[in-house]
Ligand binder design. Sequence first.
Ligand code: CP
Length: 298
Amino acid sequence: MTDKPRHLIDIASLDDADISQLIERACALASGAQPASLGTTAVNLFLEPSTRTRVSFELAAGRTGMRVVNIAPRDSSIAKGEALADTAGTLAAMGVDALVLRHPESGVPVTLADDLDGAVRVINAGDGTRAHPSQALLDAATLRSQGIETRGLKMAVVGDLRHSRVAASGLALWPRLGVGDLRLAAPPGLMPDEPPAGARVCASLEEAIEGVDVVMMLRVQLERMASGERPDGAAYFREWGLQPEHLEAAAKGCRVMHPGPFNRGVEIDSRVADGPASLIREQVRMGVFTRMAIFEWT
Ligand code: CP
């Protein structure tokens, strides 16, 4: 780690050189480059469920010579009402260098990083619907590792864009990597009120994936919807689920991504998720290397 603390909060707070460095380093590590031996300590504090992000940060810490401590919220003093900033300050006092934080409220990592004033590096592992920067970076590293050039790429992002922090970070990243034709499609009520400038809003899945090189499907985030807002899974799948026939209209060799966890038979057909176009497992694999690069960079 550098002497100057670097937090990973969102894509907007990274400059272009940081983004290039992180993606290139993730790919180099995936190709067998020797990882740094950091000798520092990270705490994983996940206040929302996670499989991929939590485990891959833990594996990444181990592979970069770090000690990692997992805190289960219900077994920590957060359950007794301790403020998050006090928990983080307590960890810093024990010599913890990095706090990997997932939080249900948007913006918490931003204020926490400000409050801590560098006492511990904050790595945002997903806050509310706002940002999931390590996921966007690993998605970009996945494309790079597959030899897919983002400059001029045609990409569709389809599904629950309204609640997806993955989409929010991806939409901040893809234009900066030169994606030339970025299309968004979501069912009524699941498109953000203000879709990002530079992306084309499409009326249907079919319109969005016509001729694209990459389609990124998103999970329906039922946990962020009131019970009356939740779509019926079968009806959703008929209109918005990615099925093999849809890919016939995409560009030849179109690849399919999904940040996971994915719902088979809701936003994606198993024949697509498990099929030759799918990069879903490769995204998971690249997640470990990307998070190693993040630990090296902070
Ligand atoms: N993509 C992602 O954040 O997955 P987890 O919730 O399993 O970490």
